[in-house]
Design a protein around this ligand. Structure first.
Ligand code: SF4
Length: 291
């Protein structure tokens, strides 16, 4: 994207972000769960569980997350640090959500618990694996969590894993949307949405959590010309957003994502929606829609 186009888009996107009804949309977002806690260790652990299971329909995955959190009690980080395989089996008895079975979630929970014991925080573990490559750093973080869990014992006592790679991807392929979402929550802010509890990482380094909604609007606004959701596209969209805000490029993510999720900007443009859309003047698709 050119600097000239970025100069046109910046005031438009800034106004768009300011105009969004944050509070209403928070309840439709898995970030609602970490907002229930005050302690940074509880926030970072609950956030990773919530982001990892945040795929598919929110009305289906949110009760699953809530059920696990109920079992972990008021201080989830302490509960995870003390959790063993027998406790995980009791906690996850009967759990199933799409690709994921109890063993998948047990690896994540016990991996977090062991990581907390070793590093003191998930942030410290992330920073210990930090390299110049954001993609490699995410992969190292995911590998570390999985390696920290007693996977063989988990499988022996809870049964086989099924969607572990989906739950905790290595970011070596794909856009690693949910891991980048987790990082956005931890690093940006604090504001009404994100927490800013990880002080050792700069918001300038974040990569956009690229999903179908952000992808669609990004293409129509000219942030990318690519057609596929993958790491290279996430980097290209983020590079475009850096022209708008070098210090905090993914601050536009929540507004763009929820604009798509809410139905305001569907896959097939709706003339009435485009007519009142604040982005229309710079939207390659919306401008052609007869209102
Ligand atoms: S103008 Fe229409 S297609 Fe473009 S972003 Fe707005 S609602 Fe979506």
């Amino acid at each position: 994207m050119s600097a000239r186009r970025a100069a046109l888009l910046r005031p438009l996107l800034d106004g768009f972000v300011e105009s969004r009804p944050w509070r209403d949309r928070l309840l439709a977002d898995p970030i609602e769960f970490p907002h229930r806690y005050d302690d940074p260790r509880d926030i970072e652990t609950v956030a990773l569980l919530s982001a990892s299971l945040a795929y598919g329909r929110a009305d289906l995955f949110k009760p699953k997350i809530a059920g696990i959190l109920d079992g972990l009690g008021p201080h989830p980080a302490n509960a995870l640090a003390a959790l063993d395989v027998t406790g995980a089996r009791a906690l996850l008895d009967g759990f199933v959500y799409r690709f994921n079975l109890p063993s998948d979630v047990a690896v994540l929970l016990l991996g977090m618990g062991a990581t907390l014991q070793r590093h003191g925080s998930l942030e410290a573990a992330f920073l210990a694996g930090r390299t110049a490559s954001w993609q490699a750093t995410l992969a190292t973080f995911a590998h570390g969590l999985r390696d920290a869990a007693p996977e063989k014992e988990i499988i022996r006592k809870l049964g086989p894993t099924r969607g572990l790679h989906h739950l905790l991807p290595f970011a070596e392929a794909g856009a690693a949307k949910r891991l980048n979402l987790y990082l956005r929550w931890m690093v940006r802010g604090a504001d009404e949405i994100d927490f800013g509890v990880w002080k050792g990482v700069s918001p300038a380094d974040l990569i956009i959590p690229l999903d179908t909604h952000v992808m669609r609007i990004s293409r129509w606004l000219g942030f990318t010309t690519r057609n596929t959701i993958g790491w290279a596209t996430a980097e290209e969209v983020t590079a475009s957003l850096r022209l708008l805000d070098p210090a905090d490029p993914v601050r536009y993510d929540f507004a763009l994502c929820h604009y798509g999720m809410s139905g305001a900007c569907p896959v097939k443009p709706v003339p009435a929606n485009c007519a009142r859309c604040p982005l229309r003047s710079q939207c390659t698709v919306g401008r052609r829609v007869k209102a």
